[in-house]
Write a new protein. Sequence first.
Length: 85
Amino acid sequence: IQSRMYQEMSNGSIGFVNCIKISDTPFPFCYSQLVSFLILVFSAFVPIFVSAFTQSFIAGPLLSWVIFHSVVCLNELAKILENPF
């Protein structure tokens, strides 16, 4: 029974060390800057493309806002998940 206890403590320690490895690995700065720049470009071109495909004065801005807001929310979620601990 005691050897099993030490084995489980060892497994927990190994899991903790693996989590520290994940936590200490930095996210590439260039990639995050590129994603931010692409979101800015996306925000500039989404209204143009949506207005080209929709002729409605109500659906165009609403659809444009929903598309842009969903992409920005995904980016914010990725920022939160970038630092898991």
